[in-house]
Design a protein around this ligand. Structure first.
Ligand SMILES: CCCCCCCC/C=C\C=C\CC(=O)SCCNC(=O)CCNC(=O)[C@H](O)C(C)(C)COP(=O)(O)OP(=O)(O)OC[C@H]1O[C@@H](n2cnc3c(N)ncnc32)[C@H](O)[C@@H]1OP(=O)(O)O
Length: 725
């Protein structure tokens, strides 16, 4: 709620709703009561609004947008009420002023911010727009270009930038509340008209029309199928074309369109799913609430290939001193140069000098070939290539060398954590940390616990993810873990579609139109086809270990497509060789062009195997790829490999380019409806009985049978199901 106090001529209203002072109905009501009380008291000459616990406000309660009693309408009315106060109102912004929180501050006549405060209108990231008149007030205060940038990107800006933009009047390093009270006392009696943003004109630009049309193109391009940025743009444009009251009406119309959209529901779900995924539990009973992380004051990275370089960069950026180790001086020097280049670029992007990151200082970043240098580090991340024997050899060494208590992490995308841990005398300290490439850019960190991994080790890895500004998702140990395990049937289905008559560019187009950043074939070419080839060789699916006489399209009792193997056998490894599912301008090129060679390979292949090609429509392409991925997700949930559907969705949004405004694969399944997903899987599996990945999982069948419960209830139906762990 809000607390009312006096200091002495200044009424102090403190927003209080832990942990981030969201604007619940009760808070808004208390704020309104406080304003009325201050207005009615002749000894009060000014008002100051601040937030409890060093935070102004994180805005409206995101959980409340789906509730019929949402307090959104009253927030706009309250902002107007603040602005129309006859006594000056000053906002004291500490910590955060976001969304509706910043809109409240925009209603105030003055704003004082702490130097560490951040401000923003992140509604666009929730599929909305600032609906409490923020799209009309902000451009009047800071001008159209800056307002449009903040509103269409949702970015948080630091107080120092806010001061430059004119968003705040003063930035202080010490007590913000005292500074705001001082300012409030100073401005008593001064005219408020010029401080009421609704009365100000929008600052003119030499050619507003030209600016807006260029901005619109930019916003559309960045939106990638998301509706909110375009509607945010329209609301700000309205501010440039209409008087304030009409602009507010337009803002409300646009807000209502977004509020009722599926995209807003998906984006709000994604926000909450990311928080839910931090609350990990294991089937053995370990949990985030009881496990305590160990401090990580130093780290080592073994292997300076693509992944290792990115991981070192991430650690340096997080201010964790790193020892980087390679097998010999030649690899070490190549790795060192590559890491330094990455760090120089990162320093430039962060607009801080190399000095701030301090990576030339050997106490911050040291390169070595000597395993003994790893003796004292708190954590080691092994990032050599995917070879079990090599990884076990390294872990055996680490187990002997590292200090007791050091966390031993393996960066792997599929290998068995228990087998790696078995090479050590301390399996409780071994954990999988699956980074995504490029590791200093991608937000996801899949954290894989083994049979013996301790809760402390899990909590430490989760804490590390936070320090690296990544989203850590804790999952169980199985082949491919969560992300890649769900990816296998998706890519596999895409390849079966080629056998049956489709082409890589047709399949990719459908999935890119759905919202994936790149389709499965472009993605495979980018990742390198040889990676999967080596893995299939290891599994005995291709190569010399396949028994003579095995039918070309059968493996281990199931239908198999050797098409990806045929490409690799012809030296087509994707972008790196200039040829894969597509052709590229050169080895290492990035522009994919459909390849007539591949089309004729497909035609020959179908001839050889007596396959009559057929036209496959977009619906079938989309459903077979997505529903087989989702189907695997249900199997993962049933096995206890992940704690809930949110975890799978967070993995897909942050690691696999799933369009956030579609909420993640499991959320998407819930919007399609589980009975429909099930019916389609039945249909496709009946049409292609020998194609793997299409037979519906038992858990999906169960949920459809109990009447398609909402996603948050799914896990409660697992209680009778057996857990694998
Ligand atoms: C007739 C019709 C008329 C129409 C009129 C329309 C009028 C519309 C009016 C108003 C509209 C307002 C829109 C909004 O204000 S939308 C909300 C905008 N705010 C945000 O997007 C902020 C989101 N939060 C964050 O970015 C972060 O949480 C942050 C505040 C920066 C804190 O980050 P961090 O310290 O890392 O902590 P967590 O993220 O883990 O958060 C801690 C817990 O707080 C919960 N939280 C945070 N923000 C919100 C929120 N806005 N609503 C609900 N809950 C929030 C978060 O879930 C964590 O809780 P838990 O651990 O239980 O999950």
């Amino acid at each position: 709620m809000a607390q009312y106090a006096r200091s002495p001529a200044v009424a102090v209203i403190r927003l209080r709703n832990p942990p981030v002072n969201t604007l619940s109905f009760a808070v808004l009501q208390a704020l309104e009561d406080g304003l009325e009380k201050a207005d009615a008291d002749p000894s009060v000459k000014a008002v100051m609004i601040c937030g409890e616990n060093g935070k102004f406000s994180a805005g409206a309660d995101i959980r409340g947008f789906s509730s019929p009693n949402r307090p959104v309408k009253s927030l706009a009315a309250l902002v107007s009420l603040i602005e129309s106060s006859k006594k000056p109102v000053v906002a004291a912004i500490e910590g955060i002023a976001l969304g509706g929180g910043l809109e409240v501050a925009l209603g105030c006549h003055y704003r004082v911010a702490h130097v560490k405060a951040r401000m923003g209108l992140p509604e666009v990231t929730l599929g909305l727009l600032p609906g409490a008149e923020g799209t009309q007030r902000l451009p009047r205060l800071i001008g159209v270009p800056a307002a449009l940038d903040m509103i269409t990107t949702g970015k948080h800006i630091p107080a120092t930038e806010a001061l430059k933009l004119g968003l705040v009047d003063e930035v202080v390093e010490e007590n913000t509340v005292e500074a705001a009270i001082r300012l409030a006392n100073k401005v008593i009696g001064q005219p408020l008209g010029p401080r009421r943003l609704s009365l100000k004109p929008v600052p003119k630009l030499p050619d507003m029309e030209a600016f807006l049309s260029q901005a619109r193109v930019r916003v559309k391009k960045q939106a990638q199928g998301c509706l909110a940025p375009e509607l945010c743009f329209q609301a700000v444009r309205a501010a440039t074309q209409m008087p304030f009251a009409d602009g507010v009406r337009r803002e409300r119309e646009l807000f209502m369109v977004l509020l009722s959209s599926g995209q807003a529901r998906a984006l709000q779900y994604a926000f909450l799913a990311e928080r839910a995924a931090q609350k990990w539990t294991t089937p053995g009973g370990a949990s985030w609430s009881s496990a305590t992380p160990q401090p990580v004051r130093s780290a080592a990275v073994i292997g300076l290939g693509t992944m290792g370089r990115g991981i070192v960069t991430s650690l340096v950026k997080a201010n964790i001193p790193v020892v980087a180790l390679e097998q010999d001086l030649e690899y070490l020097n190549t790795g060192r140069k590559a890491v330094m280049l990455l760090l120089e670029r990162e320093a430039m992007k962060m607009e801080v000098g190399a000095q701030t990151l301090d990576f030339h200082n050997p106490a911050r970043l040291q390169f070595t070939v000597d395993f003994d240098s790893l003796r004292d580090v708190d954590l080691v991340i092994e990032a050599v290539f995917e070879n079990m024997a090599l990884k076990k050899e390294i872990f055996h060494k680490l187990s002997r060398i590292c200090k007791p208590g050091a966390l031993l992490c393996t960066n792997t995308s599929a290998l068995n954590i228990d087998e790696i841990a078995s090479a050590t005398s301390r399996p409780q300290q071994v954990i999988g940390t699956h980074f995504f490439s490029p590791a200093h850019v991608m937000r996801l960190l899949e954290i894989i616990y083994g049979r013996h991994t301790s809760p402390t080790a899990i909590a430490t890895a989760v804490q590390l993810a936070k320090a690296l500004k990544k989203v850590g998702v804790v999952v169980g140990n199985c082949f491919g873990f969560v992300g890649n395990r769900m990816m296998f049937p998706y890519v596999q289905q895409a390849v079966f579609l080629l056998e049956e008559g489709s082409r890589p560019e047709a399949v990719d187009r459908v999935l890119e139109d759905f919202g994936f950043k790149i389709g499965p074939f472009r993605m495979s070419d980018l990742a390198g086809l040889d990676v999967g080839w080596r893995s299939r060789q290891g599994q005995g699916l291709t190569g010399p270990s396949v028994p003579a006489g095995t039918p070309a399209r059968q493996r281990q009792g199931q239908r198999y497509s050797p098409l990806p193997d045929l490409l690799c056998e012809s030296g087509r490894f994707g972008q790196k060789t200039g040829k894969g599912w597509y052709q590229y301008e050169k080895a290492g090129g990035r522009t994919a062009t459909p390849d007539p060679w591949l089309h004729s390979l497909l035609a020959q292949y179908r001839d050889t195997h007596g396959i009559e090609p057929r036209f496959i429509d977009q619906e079938e392409i989309l459903e077979r790829c997505l529903f087989s991925l989702i189907n695997e997700g249900f199997a993962i949930l049933a096995e206890g490999i992940a704690s809930g559907p949110e975890h799978l969705d967070v993995i897909y949004i942050n690691g696999y380019g799933w369009p956030k405004h579609k909420g993640g694969p499991m959320f998407y399944a819930s919007t399609v409806g589980l009975p429909r997903v099930l019916a389609k899987l039945h249909k496709y599996s009946e049409a292609h009985p020998d194609v793997p990945g299409l037979q519906p999982s038992a858990f999906l069948k169960k949920l459809a049978a109990v009447g398609n419960p909402p996603i948050k209830e799914w896990m409660s139906y697992l209680s009778q199901q057996s857990s694998r762990l």
